[in-house]
Design a protein around this ligand. Structure first.
Ligand SMILES: Nc1ncnc2c1ncn2[C@@H]1O[C@H](COP(=O)(O)OP(=O)(O)OP(=O)(O)O)[C@@H](O)[C@H]1O
Length: 249
């Protein structure tokens, strides 16, 4: 049984060089979040009083305009950010498909990075070794796998990171928009792998600007605005509210 419990989570980003009034007002005008000051330091309020309770079978879509806090919430759920306020209790293995190239070692080879990534995703060394052949084959990088990844093009790096990041079978899957991984043929293959990956997960949390993707994969949704959950309901209800509000702004 997998579960996610989020209670009253708030998270601010400090802006260390926002001393000047002009920068402060520029930020206020451009970000989709509220600003705060803490001991004289400017902060962006990325998440405010977020609570969620997800169980097996829940497939949550996160909807919101640019800067609403979607990626920040995914990073909190994926464990990349520890929220300074509130708590997050996660039961089950988690895999995050956001920031898939994060933590890769540019001087290590493709093969070495595959093993590193597998261990980073929670596999033991023997499991990582078992998966690495399949990942290498899926990436179609051939002899490049034995070269340091600093020699790769961006597309090659994404292929490798995608193949490695989707090799495990997590109970909880945290994702943003589908990853555009390489050329058309590889993108088709990647799409099929993502579908299988999503189907196997007990809980999915997916942030997307794409209505079709949200309708296909999710069975409930929340609307984020300036870091707060302003509405929760079925995917159709949340999308209707989101588009109505967008039309008014
Ligand atoms: N490292 C950072 N430092 C300061 N502010 C940040 C940082 N990362 C994000 N923010 C701010 O936090 C707020 C939430 O950002 P976040 O990336 O979570 O939004 P989002 O909903 O994912 O946006 P998008 O749809 O554009 O990807 C925004 O106002 C953004 O400007």
């Amino acid at each position: 049984m997998a579960s996610i419990l989020v209670e009253d989570v708030s998270l601010n980003y400090p802006i260390y060089d926002a001393g000047g009034r002009s920068l402060k007002s520029a930020i206020i005008q451009t970000v989709g979040a509220k600003m705060a000051t803490n001991s004289g330091r400017v902060e962006v309020e990325a998440l405010r009083d977020i609570s969620l309770n997800l169980k097996d079978g829940d497939r949550l879509g996160i909807v919101g305009h640019n800067g609403a806090g979607k990626t920040t919430l995914l990073r909190v759920l994926g464990g990349a950010y520890e929220p300074p306020k509130g708590r997050v209790l996660i039961d089950g293995t988690v895999s995050s498909l956001t920031d898939i190239t994060m933590g890769m070692d540019m001087d290590a080879t493709g093969r070495e990075n595959v093993r590193l990534r597998c261990v980073f995703l929670g596999m033991s060394y023997s499991e990582a070794a078992r998966h690495s052949d399949e990942i290498a084959e899926f990436s179609e990088l051939g002899s490049f796998l034995d070269l340091p990844i600093r020699t790769y093009s961006t597309g090659m790096l994404v292929r490798l990171a995608f193949a490695a990041s989707t090799a495990s079978r997590p109970q909880i899957l945290i994702m943003d928009e589908m990853i555009g991984a390489g050329d058309a043929a590889f993108a088709e293959k990647a799409k099929a792998r993502v579908n299988e990956y999503v189907e196997n997960a007990s809980i999915l949390v997916l942030a997307s600007h794409n209505d079709g993707i949200l309708r296909t994969f999710c069975n409930q949704a929340i609307l984020l605005d300036q870091g707060r959950i302003t509405f929760a309901g079925s995917v159709d209800e949340v999308l209707e509210r989101y588009h109505a509000e967008k039309g008014r702004s």
